[in-house]
Design a protein around this ligand. Structure first.
Ligand code: COA
Length: 336
């Protein structure tokens, strides 16, 4: 069995900044409410016609990751694309990236695990490398939330939280043992599928039905979130799954160099930080600037932390995510 490591990281954020004040002009909310409950100050939204899509943003992030990995696009053996907002119903967004970056024939697979998508994708990449099947795997998390959000007071709990953006990593075979990706722990609990969900269009309610009825009361094609339930489950599952990763590697919370939690809500990250008694410099948060970018949040944060010199050789990096499904997971990395 081989080990794997992350050798290149990249991110892409659309230029258009949407502040809390901008949102307060459209919906009944306020800067104070948003900052107090979520920690978010601004987020990015693509603008119709600016050329950005989930795949194009993923490709921009991937280009940087591939360059920093010092490989060429020709050397990518597998593309894993984590998203809940693919460009099209079919095909998946991975093949769009393959086309944009001129990556020669190789498998491209979309991973649909919402906020946990990137952690699921990293675990998948790690397994393919462990078995020796592939050497260089491009892992992308990219989202365009803005197009599917109810930008009225009805949708305000969701509208203030989510943002657009992309992050990418190149995962490759490591020559050393005892470092690189040390473990992944993944879980889902389907009994909570209705608590964080976007119902339509679906197999019983196709687009044609939605369009023909044109019912202004129908919010089924917008995301729904039971905020309190999500919050309660998130804090306990984050704690549990980080402990799983640490225990598996006989490590303690004080060994963590940097915890990069999925940027769901600053209050959730702060809760987790307190639980593990971590210092501020042991937890990376950028939700203030980008909101919750679901599958893109961890690769954006990891890239930003690396760019700021906060991810170095020998560091113990812990990634942890929780989201719709519910599904959650953690990855423990000894950075090479
Ligand atoms: N601006 C102003 N008021 C808002 C609002 C907004 N954007 N969104 C909701 N409210 C209102 C509600 O309508 C409610 O009003 P009411 O008391 O008159 O009925 C009030 O604020 C409290 O709503 P509630 O849903 O009970 O608030 P909360 O304290 O649970 O906070 C969240 C809401 C969404 C911030 C919080 O539940 C949360 O962070 N949940 C986790 C979300 C998350 O992390 N999601 C991503 C998972 S990957």
């Amino acid at each position: 069995m081989y080990n794997s490591k992350i050798v290149g990281l990249g991110k892409f954020l659309p230029e258009n900044i949407v502040t809390n004040q901008d949102l307060a002009k459209k919906i009944d909310t306020s800067e104070e409410w948003i900052v107090e409950r979520t920690g978010i100050e601004e987020r990015r939204h693509i603008v119709k016609g600016d050329g950005n899509t989930t795949a194009s943003m993923g490709a921009e992030a991937a280009k940087i990751a591939i360059e920093r990995a010092k490989i060429s696009a020709n050397e990518i053996d597998l593309i894993l694309f984590a998203t809940l907002s693919p460009d099209y119903y079919m095909p998946g967004s991975g093949v769009f990236v393959q086309n944009i970056l001129n990556i020669p024939t190789c498998p491209a697979m979309d991973i649909r695990n919402a906020c946990s998508g990137f952690v699921y994708a990293i675990a998948t990449a790690d397994q393919f490398i462990k078995t020796g099947m592939y050497k260089n795997i491009l892992v992308i998390g990219s989202e365009t939330q803005s197009g599917a959000i109810d930008m009225t007071t009805r949708g305000r709990d969701i509208a203030v939280i989510f943002g657009d953006g992309a992050g990418a990593a190149v995962v490759t075979k490591s020559e050393s043992s005892g470092s690189g990706i040390l473990s992944s722990h993944l879980y889902s609990e389907g009994e909570h599928v209705d608590e964080l969900v976007m119902v339509a269009p679906n197999t019983n309610k196709w687009v044609t039905e939605i369009v023909s009825k044109n019912d202004p009361e129908d919010s089924s094609y917008y995301p729904y979130m039971n905020g309190k339930m999500v919050f309660k489950n998130a804090v306990s599952r984050f704690e549990e799954v980080i402990n799983k990763g640490l225990d598996h590697n006989s490590l303690e919370p004080e060994n963590i160099s940097l915890l990069i939690p999925h940027q769901a809500n600053l209050r959730i990250s702060q809760f987790v930080q307190r639980k593990f008694k971590l210092r501020d410099d042991q937890v990376y948060n950028n939700i203030m600037r980008y909101g919750n970018t679901t599958a893109a949040s961890i690769p954006i944060a990891l890239t930003e932390a690396w760019e700021e010199g906060k991810v170095n050789k020998g560091d113990l990096i812990v990634l942890a995510a929780f989201g719709a499904g519910f599904s959650w997971g953690s990855t423990v990395i000894r950075w090479e």
